[in-house]
Design a binder for this molecule. Structure first.
Ligand code: BES
Ligand code: MN
Ligand code: ZN
Length: 499
């Protein structure tokens, strides 16, 4: 999908379609007004006759409007102007481009970024027009034998800005939007792949393929023997319940100064989580193919960072394996030794995410990080606490947590802090090892964070639980690509802060 930025009058665009907004109740936006004038009141007549109210999500396609150079005009209902926030704006863009795609318009000029969105500027509106368009047109049919192809799909969208002086700003916004959408697409596609395709080895191959594409990226994959040498007893204990070999993937992007400390992103890469011997119930177990969405999210963020060529150093670490029941699998009560030396009593083999993450977090120390952020579909408890709207975030350094929440707000990919108080640490006591891998039912998302906190004392660290946000279930089943927008925004914010 191609985007460009332009300024000019709507009636003068030689385009397959001009897209303008109609507000409720039957109010013309400035671009609609201009088309109305050029067509001697055609649009206002339609509105008066009741063809369109301006309800959000409704569209009306018109052909061969008198006085208008474009072949078509698409009116897009925007609702009441004062009700338009982030979510509404994204919905409006989504309904417009879906309609364009369905009606054989391969190219269009869009004036929707002129509508007022509460608290948002033109840069935000252009960037989110790009992200929302790519989101709405994302296909999930790669494994269908017959693709649900549109005959003449939307290929090019020109985003109109009010003045020539805004062109550069708009173009920068398009670049950001495209990079984030690229990262989101990577995260969605990896997430949606089934466990029999997206194995730990497959994930490692995908990471290696990225280093071919981006010259500033170096990828290193460690196999089981090398992971053993590092002493990652917790990670390996999970992996041994499967015939698929574990992989420890590291990708280093160097866009900053040689000596600048990197941000390290660690992503949970369980390519299928059956629970192990503490087997999960059968209902919706297929969705545990999404248990590598942390890995997909950090790889997607890496792609966005490479596309934007950000002037920072970024390291991504992905421990990847399957969690299956097997003769060799972890048993409840087993005690393993982590890379940090701390021993762990595995009271529930389904709390495997923290077992692979704790070793990856110890490994992260060697990069002398500026900050470490782990991203994981870690607990069902987080879904109960926050639902699917916000990712859970907690950490040992408040400014970092704060920056992540802010990045969530401005990117429309929100996170909410859970309290990582010492009081919760008391729930992690074992009679036989240094620490158990579960802390009881109460505050389950937090005690999972507390477990990880025992391995992150040497650096600034935050943990994001994306169990509720990384994918949707039901008839909308599919990966969301979150938290790529949040993490990319966090990196972008770091770059501007430094300047
Ligand atoms: N991958 C799951 C977490 C999960 C469950 C995410 C459901 C999204 C939906 C994780 O490995 C897990 O099984 N966690 C357990 C931890 C418990 C045993 C302490 C959970 O949340 O039930
Ligand atoms: Mn599990
Ligand atoms: Zn899991």
């Amino acid at each position: 999908m191609e985007f460009s930025v332009k300024s000019g009058n709507p009636e003068k665009q030689r385009s397959a379609c001009v897209v303008v907004g109609i507000l409720e109740p039957r109010r013309l936006t400035p671009a609609a007004e201009a088309l109305d004038k050029a067509s001697e009141g055609f649009i206002s007549t339609l509105l008066r006759r009741g063809d369109m109210e301006g309800k959000r999500g409704k569209t009306l396609l018109m052909h061969n409007l008198k006085g208008v150079l474009a072949d078509r005009v698409l009116l897009v209902g925007c609702g009441r102007e004062r009700d338009i926030g982030d979510k509404e704006y994204r919905e409006i863009i989504g309904s417009a481009v879906t309609r364009l795609d369905e009606t054989g318009t391969m190219e269009a000029s869009c004036y929707l970024s002129e509508i007022t969105v509460k608290g948002r500027d033109l840069h935000w509106k252009i960037r989110h027009a790009v992200e929302s368009t790519r989101h709405a047109l994302h296909r999930t049919d790669t494994l269908k034998s017959k693709k649900d192809d549109t005959r003449r799909p939307l290929r090019k969208l020109t985003l109109m800005v009010p003045r020539r002086s805004e062109l550069a700003n708009g173009e920068a916004a398009v670049r950001e939007g495209q990079a984030i959408a690229d990262g989101v697409a990577v995260a969605k596609d990896l997430g949606n792949l089934p466990g029999n395709v997206c194995t730990p080895t497959y994930l490692a191959k995908q990471a290696q393929a990225l280093s071919k594409k981006y010259p500033k990226l170096k990828v290193n994959v460690l196999d089981k023997a090398q992971i053993e040498k590092l002493g990652m007893g917790a990670f390996l204990s999970v992996a041994k319940g499967s015939v698929e070999p574990p992989q420890l993937i590291t990708a280093e992007y160097r866009g900053g100064k040689a000596k600048a400390k990197p941000v390290v992103l660690v992503g949970k890469g369980i390519t299928f989580d059956a629970g192990g011997i503490s087997l999960k119930p059968a209902a919706a177990m297929d969705e545990m193919k999404y248990d590598m969405c942390g890995a997909a999210g950090v790889l997607g963020t890496l792609v966005a960072c490479c596309e934007l060529q950000l002037p920072i150093n970024l390291t991504v670490v992905v421990p990847s394996c399957e969690n299956l029941p097997d003769g060799a699998a972890n048993k409840p009560g087993d005690i393993v030794t982590s890379m940090s030396g701390q021993t762990i009593e595995i009271l529930n083999t389904d709390a495997e995410g923290r077992l692979i993450l704790c070793d990856a977090l110890s490994y992260a120390e060697r990069f002398e990080p500026e900050a470490v952020i782990d991203v994981a579909t870690l607990t069902g408890a987080c879904v109960i606490a926050l639902g699917k709207h916000a990712s859970g975030v907690m950490g040992n350094h408040h400014p970092l947590v704060h920056d992540l929440m802010n990045a969530g707000k401005s990117s429309g990919d929100r996170a909410w802090e859970l309290p990582l108080w010492d009081d919760y640490q008391d729930q992690l006591k074992s009679n036989f090892a240094d620490i158990p891998n579960i802390g009881g039912r109460e505050g389950g998302a937090i005690t999972a964070g507390c477990f990880l906190a025992r391995f992150t004392k040497k650096y600034h660290w935050a943990h994001m639980d994306i169990a509720g946000t990384a994918w949707l279930g039901g008839d909308k089943k599919g990966a969301t690509g979150r938290p790529v927008p949040l993490l990319t925004q966090y990196l972008l914010d770091r770059c501007t802060e430094k300047r």
